[in-house]
Every structure is written in C-alpha cells, then in structure tokens.
Write a protein that binds this ligand. Structure first.
Ligand SMILES: *[C@@H]1O[C@H](CO)[C@@H](O)[C@H](O)[C@H]1NC(C)=O
Ligand SMILES: *[C@@H]1O[C@H](CO)[C@@H](O)[C@H](O)[C@H]1NC(C)=O
Ligand SMILES: *[C@@H]1O[C@H](CO)[C@@H](O)[C@H](O)[C@H]1NC(C)=O
Ligand SMILES: *[C@@H]1O[C@H](CO)[C@@H](O)[C@H](O)[C@H]1NC(C)=O
Length: 299
C-alpha cells in the first residue's frame, strides 16, 4: 500500500540560491515559493525503489506536488497523477527526457531535473508541457539544446541550463520560448576551446505579439563561469529588456568596451564580481544604460 504523504513546508535550497536578487529579478512562480516537500512514508522508508509502487496506487493520489529527490531513479516515473503541477526529480540518474513521459502531465507548471545525467531531450511531434513555466535542467549532461522545430514551450518563463557541457548556442535557440524571462547559462562551456560560444541571433525571437511587434521578454541572463572572451552586440542586441546581467567568475573576459549596451538601455544590474581577467572597462558603455542601479566589479 502506498501509505500516506507527509507534507512539510520547506524553503528549497535551490530556490533560495537561484532566486534573482531584489525586486529587479523575476520572482519565482508562487508554486515554487510554497513548494511542499512530499515524503512518502512506508515504502520509501524501507528504501524500496520507486518502481515497486504500483501504477494504480500512484495514479490514485491527488497530489499536485511531488518531491522525488535522490531516489536512484533511472527512468521517468510512470503513472504520475494527471493533476500534477510541480515535480521535483533532482539528483536521480535520468539519462533522457522523452515526450511520451510527459504526455500525461498536461497541468505541469514546474519541472525540476537538476543534477541528473540527461544527455538528450527527445521532444518530437506531439505537443507536451504546454503549461510549463519553470524548467530546471541544471547540472545535467546536455551538450546542446534541441532545435525549435521539435519543441515549443509557449509559457516557459524560467529556464536553467547551468552546469551543462554546452559549448555553443546556435541562432534562434530560444525562439521556442517566447515568454522566457530568466535564463541561466552559468557554468556551461560557452567559449571554451576557442569556440564562438553564443552565435549571432541566439536570443532572437520569431513570434510576434498581437500588435505585430517582436516579443522581447528576457530580463535576467546569467553567463557567469563561462569562457566567453567578450560580450557581442550580435547576440545582446536581441535582449532589449534585459535588466540583470551576471558575468561573475568569467575566466577569459578581459574588457567591456564598444557599443555592447547600445540595445539594452533597461539594464539595472551588471554583476562582474570575481572576473579576474577583466582589466579594462570603458566607462562610455554606461552612457547607454541610464537606469543602471547596481554595478559590481569587486575582485
Ligand atoms: C544560476 O545557477 C547557478 C547554479 O545553480 C546559481 O548559483 C546562480 O545563482 C544562478 N543565477 C541566478 C541569477 O539565479
Ligand atoms: C542520496 O541518498 C543516499 C542514500 O540513499 C545518501 O547517502 C546521499 O547522501 C543522498 N544524497 C543527497 C545529495 O542527498
Ligand atoms: C489514472 O487514472 C485516470 C482516472 O482517474 C485514468 O483515466 C487513467 O487511465 C489512469 N492511468 C493509469 C496509467 O492507470
Ligand atoms: C499559458 O498561460 C496563459 C496565461 O497565464 C494561460 O491562459 C494559458 O492557458 C497557458 N497555456 C498555454 C498553452 O498557453
């Protein structure tokens, strides 16, 4: 028998550390702020594997939040309750994510897959996760993002790919996320091996709003701990609403110069802490950022 669920309110560690600071950041969706830790007593306590819980039993639960962290799961759990809105599968051994795993979860808003072994996202024909707002794929083994032909997450606002071995971001990569506000690419391999890192138009959008304008939603971008040698107008020009740019611990960033902020006049926060190679900042770049409130250059 699936015995009962212990709900204990707790602030999740990752939620705290990934929250963009201050009111300029994007607040995490309510559903995360109040994420409950759901611990199954009984079978879990005896260290039984997830697969020993029958489909029928699992399907009967009416939980909207499931917390299945560090359960040695090698594949995506089956028969999850259809009402599920938030699923945390951090620290398991998942190697892939397939659209058939997600097909029966139409209400999912938050999917946390931090610290797994995911190398590929097999998202093909069928539309899945149309209501997904938050996707945490940090610390997996992804070396690239799938092309936008195979997936579209209309409502995604928060995406973390931090800590994945991504060397390059191709043009239009994020055009399948027309609502994206927060993107974390920190601790990826962008710029390593003298690769270009972020290609021109990587953040460009194809979707037009109802009034026929392009949608520029991105407000927070974290490129900390990447190997990019410079900020290029070719990609930053597509982020006119950018408010917070994190460039911390960038080993190869030597200078900030030129017209880099020409297109991002809404910038509020520029955080370059601990980027120790950064030896030249041309103050003229700040003529383009009249709203800058926080400039961090220590170390
Ligand atoms: C991006 O992800 C890293 C690793 O999880 C985290 O330390 C950092 O705070 C995140 N950035 C932001 C702006 O939340
Ligand atoms: C995961 O679970 C194992 C035992 O089940 C434990 O030793 C380990 O510390 C846990 N890891 C984390 C990150 O909680
Ligand atoms: C789960 O339950 C719903 C109805 O409550 C049913 O329609 C669905 O087929 C069940 N799924 C499985 C895998 O048993
Ligand atoms: C996306 O969000 C909007 C507004 O919150 C909602 O009306 C809509 O049903 C959601 N889903 C899709 C697929 O657009």
């Amino acid at each position: 028998m699936l015995s009962f669920l212990l709900l204990s309110v707790m602030g999740l560690h990752w939620a705290a550390s990934d929250s963009p600071p201050g009111r300029e950041g994007i607040a995490l969706p309510k559903v995360i702020e109040t994420l409950f830790q759901v611990t199954h007593l009984g079978p879990w306590e005896e260290n039984l594997k997830f697969s020993s819980v029958s489909c029928e039993e699992l399907n009967k639960t009416t939980e909207t939040t499931l917390f299945l962290v560090n359960r040695s799961l090698k594949s995506f759990p089956h028969c999850l309750p259809r009402a599920l809105q938030s699923l945390d599968l951090s620290s398991n051994w998942l190697k892939e994510l397939r659209d058939q795993d997600l097909r029966d979860l139409p209400n999912l808003r938050v999917l946390i897959l931090r610290n797994n072994l995911i190398q590929e996202l097999h998202w093909g024909g069928t539309p899945v996760l149309e209501n997904l707002e938050t996707l945490d794929l940090s610390y997996n083994k992804l070396s690239s993002m799938p092309t936008c032909q195979t997936m579209m997450l209309q409502n995604l606002t928060w995406l973390s790919l931090a800590g994945n071995p991504i060397l390059e971001i191709q043009p239009w990569t994020f055009s399948c996320f027309p609502s994206l506000h927060f993107l974390n690419l920190s601790a990826t391999l962008l710029g390593k091996n003298d690769r270009e890192g972020i290609k021109e138009s990587a953040f460009a959008q194809r979707i037009l709003s109802q009034s026929g304008e392009k949608m520029y939603t991105m407000e927070v971008l974290d490129l900390s701990r990447t190997f990019l040698p410079e900020i290029q107008l070719g990609w930053i020009k597509d982020l006119p609403n950018l408010r917070s740019l994190y460039l911390k611990k960038m080993a190869r960033l030597k200078s900030l110069d030129g017209q880099i902020f020409k297109a991002t006049s809404n910038l509020r926060v520029l955080d370059c802490q601990d980027s120790q190679a950064l030896s030249s900042v041309n103050t003229q770049i700040f003529e383009d950022t009249p709203h800058l409130q926080s400039l961090l250059l220590q170390k």
